[in-house]
Design a protein around this ligand. Structure first.
Ligand SMILES: Cc1ncc(COP(=O)(O)O)c(C=O)c1O
Length: 376
């Protein structure tokens, strides 16, 4: 059990035991189906944990030159790459860190096919099944006019020569039942191409490590599609790797009242350190706190930047808060560290690990250089 008194504030802290639990679940799907599950770096790129991730997952999926290089240098494997657009001046370097590459348009394929094939990469097209159950447009790759993926009407009868794979990403925090519906649309629109491909990457957004996820159905779907079309199946979740593996530890710095609202100012920023809470938006769980309860001490948490919307709330506690009290935001490992900014010059939270031996290991602290490095 993690001892939060031992964690400095502010700090992202991952519990190794929880990460291993997720990896074991993902690996059980690999073992049952023969599919490969890759770690999507855009969601989870805490490379100090890669030695453990490597025990279970074969490699990572990257969406940029930097992510591909991180995979190559820190994971020790070539990445699968899927980016909305590739840049001419980066392409040769990209191929050094990559084994599989997915093109988002026929134009990008035409432009880079020679270099990709010369470098021996296995090439794929990203398809857009025009079906998604994602309700928030910000996270919906299949919204009308989407720039992500090729729609079926743009393809000839045959896949272009040299294309070995197909890739779709149309899910976000979704169930196996949603994958089943999505696969129906993929088969309806792209069935004849599935017969021509060697591999199918079903993207991310599979919430496999969530408690109520229907793993049996996922296994059945993977087996069916891979048998029917004689395909190797690949999944590339990010969130499911880091899902509920740790916390953002913060502490109360000031408390005051405005318009009857008790405000507790923290040493973190919602905008800079947990931006998805504002983008999605969603209200994260805080340990030892509940949604507002009449009669209980209740606070709105304020972030450190001057952005008016840099707050999250309201939460009730059994006892009034005091300056210095730790406030622990749950499930803050995926899509946080990869998205932090130093807006307003705020410092980045440290990064640490609560080990399987019940010890705290501080991995990294950030200082002035992390802010200055992005400016000139
Ligand atoms: C192409 C692609 N693959 C994988 C992922 C990872 O998705 P998730 O972290 O939701 O599993 C994303 C997320 O946006 C994506 O765009």
């Amino acid at each position: 059990m993690i001892d939060f008194d031992k964690i400095p504030s502010p700090c992202f802290v991952l519990e190794e035991g929880l990460l291993r639990r997720n990896l074991e679940i993902l690996d059980s799907v690999q073992k049952e189906t023969g599919a490969q599950i890759l770690c999507a770096l855009k969601g989870f790129a805490m490379y100090s944990t890669f030695p453990m991730v490597k025990e279970y997952l074969p490699t990572c999926t990257a969406s940029s030159l930097n992510e591909a290089r991180l995979c190559f240098e820190e994971f020790g494997e070539k990445a699968h790459l899927c980016a909305p657009v590739y840049l001419e001046h980066e392409f040769d370097e990209l191929t050094k860190y990559t084994s599989h590459i997915t093109f988002n348009s026929l134009g990008q394929w035409d432009r880079f096919k020679q270099s990709a094939r010369n470098a021996g990469l296995s090439c794929a097209l990203r398809i857009n099944p025009e079906y998604s159950e994602v309700e928030t447009d910000l996270y919906n790759p299949c919204m009308p006019g989407s720039r992500l993926g090729i729609t079926a009407n743009k393809l000839d009868n045959q896949l272009p020569e040299g294309i070995e794979g197909l890739h779709f990403h149309a899910l976000c925090e979704d169930s196996a039942e949603t994958l089943q519906n999505t696969l129906k649309a993929v088969e309806e629109k792209f069935g004849k191409y599935l017969h021509q491909a060697k591999w199918l990457n079903m993207g991310g957004g599979h919430h496999i490590t969530r408690k109520d996820y229907n793993i049996e159905l996922l296994i059945e779907l993977i087996k069916n599609i891979s048998d029917k079309y004689d395909l190797n199946v690949i999944l590339e979740p990010g969130e499911a790797v880091g899902w509920q593996t740790g916390y953002l530890v913060s502490s109360v710095q000031d408390i005051f009242e405005n318009d009857g609202v008790q405000i507790a100012m923290l040493d973190v920023s919602v905008a800079a350190h947990m931006p998805d809470c504002l983008e999605m938006p969603y209200k994260p769980k805080v340990l030892c706190a509940s949604d507002p309860v009449k009669g209980k001490p209740t606070y709105r948490f304020g972030g450190m930047t001057c952005l008016s919307g840099d707050f999250i709330g309201d939460y009730s506690f059994d006892q009034p808060l005091s300056i210095g009290d730790k406030i622990i935001f749950d499930d803050m490992i995926h899509y946080t560290m990869v998205k932090t900014t130093t807006f307003n010059g705020v410092g980045l939270p440290a990064i640490g690990i609560w080990t399987e031996d019940n010890m705290f290991k501080l991995i990294r602290k950030f200082g002035f250089d992390s802010y200055k490095d992005r400016l000139s």
